[in-house]
Design a protein around this ligand. Structure first.
Ligand SMILES: Nc1ncnc2c1ncn2[C@@H]1O[C@H](COP(=O)(O)OP(=O)(O)O)[C@@H](O)[C@H]1O
Ligand SMILES: [Mg+2]
Length: 195
């Protein structure tokens, strides 16, 4: 049997790293954080000064990742990535989990983490407009993509849901949240979509 390659994606601060690390320890997998990998292996094309982030050398990264997946001695690999689900070769990926968090809760976590105003509103807009989900669906087969609403849930609860899906006890679903509709109902849309 081929290796299980599980992508954990979503807007910054949604909880990817916490969930991916906990999942990794539960299933004895290899954990790969793409931002750390890019810096460590020098897979960058420079810095995006406006956003204060690095620009990934995607082609190079894709090759490096393939090599890591093929050569590792674990049966599962958990990939923690906020950008470009496209960076992992489609044929290798077995599951894509898109973590979703209510923008009101996400904003609080971003504030606690000290996000700059620009970064905060830009990322909140991405969450509201389903950017990570759309990107995952653009590159991977729909049946591999699974959205999880992590709002109000502990890391353990989210990991349990992921395990249920992987083990076939729970169905993989998409289209489970509607932040636009929710914010509109709560009269918060203008405030949250100002970017
Ligand atoms: N399920 C959760 N419930 C509450 N807070 C969480 C949860 N998961 C993560 N956090 C907190 O949210 C912040 C962002 O989490 P992190 O895992 O680093 O997200 P990401 O990797 O998506 O940026 C951290 O301060 C973390 O402690
Ligand atoms: Mg992270």
């Amino acid at each position: 049997m081929g290796k299980r390659v599980i992508l954990v994606t979503g807007t910054p601060c949604v909880g990817k790293t916490s969930v991916a690390r906990s999942l990794t320890s539960k299933i004895d997998a290899l954990y790969v954080n793409l931002t750390e990998l890019a810096v460590r292996e020098n897979l960058t094309l420079g810095r995006d000064e406006k956003r204060g982030s690095i620009i990934i050398d995607e082609a190079h990264m894709k090759r490096k990742l393939e090599e890591i997946i093929k050569n590792c001695d674990k049966n599962s690999v958990v990939v923690d990535c906020h950008y470009a689900a496209s960076i992992v070769s489609t044929k290798l990926v077995t599951h894509v989990f898109v973590l979703r968090r209510d923008p009101v809760e996400l904003r609080k976590l971003m504030e606690q983490r000290g996000f700059s105003n620009r970064k905060l509103w830009e990322n909140l807009a991405s969450e509201i407009l389903d950017v990570c989900l759309v990107e995952a669906l653009n590159f991977h087969d729909e049946e591999k993509v699974c959205e999880l609403n992590v709002t109000g849930k502990s890391v353990e609860e989210v990991v349990e849901e992921i395990l249920s899906v992987i083990e076939g006890r729970k169905k993989c679903l998409i289209g489970i949240v509607d932040w636009l509709g929710k914010l509109e109902k709560e009269n918060l849309l203008d405030e949250y979509l100002k970017f």
